[in-house]
Design a protein around this ligand. Sequence first.
Ligand code: ADP
Ligand code: ADP
Ligand code: ZN
Length: 216
Amino acid sequence: MRIILLGPPGAGKGTQAKAITERLAIPQISTGDILRAAVRDGTPMGVRAKVFMTSGELVPDEVVVGIVCERIQQPDCSSGFILDGFPRTVAQADALGKTLVQMAYPLQAVISLNVDEEVLVERLTGRRSCRSCGLGYHVKFNPSQRPNCCDACGSELYQRDDDREETIRHRLLVYREQTAPLIAYYSEQGLLFSLDGMEDISIVQENIVTILSGLR
Ligand code: ADP
Ligand code: ADP
Ligand code: ZN
């Protein structure tokens, strides 16, 4: 199963990718998670990426393309992968396409999650994430059982510093300008499946699983 979850910040890509990874036992590849780990560890890539991430800009294509093209060639991706947050530009999509052609490993589906902009802002301002396992929560829509404490691993929850309202507005603009063209791009390739991302988390998940069960 080789699939992409596409959608604006806050659409639910990370939430759904984590659930599917468990259900189907294929790795989730989240460029956001990989970049945040690099920032936390202070690697050269993290140092370079940090300024873009904090201001809500995209990290340069060559950085993220390098991460993903290396990652999908690891042995654990031989049974498939679920990409979350990549590609985000047409140049990234072209680079991914070329690598997959070289690997004789075509993409099977791009699932686009559609959510109204005001709902995205509400989701992102209330998003909390686990410091240690990265699981996502929402103060209102998907709260942890104990306040500020991850259900899965017990670690502390935190608010990402790019989830402030003015940065959120900028990220949504960047999405419209640079990422939304991928909807037409993948539709032309016959790979696009569109879903209503405003349904409950569990309903979106079932709808994704239904799409995936129809793939070869
Ligand atoms: P993305 O990875 O697309 O940026 P997330 O999966 O992190 O989005 O979700 C953003 C926020 O919205 C999180 O706080 C998450 O708990 C919440 N969320 C995700 N899906 C839904 C949904 N279907 N309904 C309500 N809240 C949701
Ligand atoms: P969200 O889904 O909420 O937008 P992510 O965790 O996917 O957040 O990404 C956080 C930030 O990491 C982005 O705003 C961007 O700066 C950077 N980033 C993640 N993935 C990419 C990518 N494919 N291309 C460029 N920048 C990226
Ligand atoms: Zn955790």
